[in-house]
Design a protein around this ligand. Sequence first.
Ligand code: NIG
Ligand code: FE
Length: 415
Amino acid sequence: MNNLIIKNAEQVVTCSGFAGKQGREMSDLHVIENGTVIVTDGLISHILKAGETLPVNEQDYRVIDATGKALLPGFIDPHTHFIFGGYREEEFSWRMRGDSYMEIMERGGGIVKTTNATREATEEELMETGRQRLDAMMRLGITTVEGKSGYGLDKDTELKQLRVMHRLNETHPVDIVSTFMGAHAIPAEWQGREEDYIDFNINEMFPLVVKGELAEAVDIFCEKGVFAIAQSRRYLTAAREQGLKIKIHADEITPLRGAELAAELRCLSADHLLQASDEGIRAMAEKGVVATLLPLTAFSLREKYARAREMIDAGCIVALATDFNPGSSFTASVPLLFALACIYMKLTPEEAVTAFTINSAAALGREGITGSIDVGKQGDLVLLQFPSYKFLPYHVGMNIVDKVVKRGKIVCSLH
Ligand code: NIG
Ligand code: FE
């Protein structure tokens, strides 16, 4: 049944208002106290204040009493690489010993190692691990997740990853938004022929992705020793010309002025941004490029966190994501994400909630259908065990989800 009434929530944290909140607007969560939310046929149909009478017949609905609990929009994770073969636990030990992420990549570890394992994995193996990972994310309150290809770096394996995400999207309650990331690394077969590899993506892969409707966006790892600014510009411009949305891994390790490029091209989002310049931050704010920040990656790599405070104060649309992947952030821990965002990146709890709901929806171009509790949007909700959203960063590292609702259906009940 996709008809649901969640009654008397201590807080209904609507996150309503602008789609893609900028700067100070991020602090306003539009909370309704003692509110009730009704989902009819999978869509939010009514939001009631305390004391308002129910405009529907309770018998047609499943009814949940949410006394003492906070209700939020389902969380949206707008940057992950969750379809992959194998693991890289040795690299974690090497990093703890002092090796850098890029050194490990240069000697054949990193993305290339996962690419080999993903090429070897069968589609069914990727389906199985993918499904398990989605289940874990759902238990943490995630109702929409972005997933990138980019561990194939050849035609067949890239398509295999995208097909797996397409199939999972059809069979799993969590919505998956797929991104093509052929330019994640330069595969061994194309070493020294980087421009040709970009051409291959533009001329062969983008048309296949568009024709098969296998991804909505493309992404590129713009980084010293991976893809340069000019190559990124060429790849992203061509993608946009073919009708795809564009995203960029920018200024993660080296300050290459990726944020400036994202603004120039009006990318939907620029992600990581640990080394973004003041100018880049200003340009992104001006052009409305979503700044997707990944504190779990900075934490795992022992890097300095992105300058979230400056970005918000400059008027950027800041979103948060887990970056779940087998290397730089082998975690989808929403509780830790909230804690790090507030404790180390100095977001307020309100800003962090906005960043992982309506702003992360905006980072995917999905702000019209999910990301806030507004009439007409999908009934994607998360009910907490505690009366306030403030417990999300405060109860450090603990999963405080009570129930997860996807299109009006309870898909997860932890109590
Ligand atoms: O977003 N930086 C590039 N890509 C991923 C890491 C992928 C990997 O290490 O396997 C990221 O951190
Ligand atoms: Fe990434």
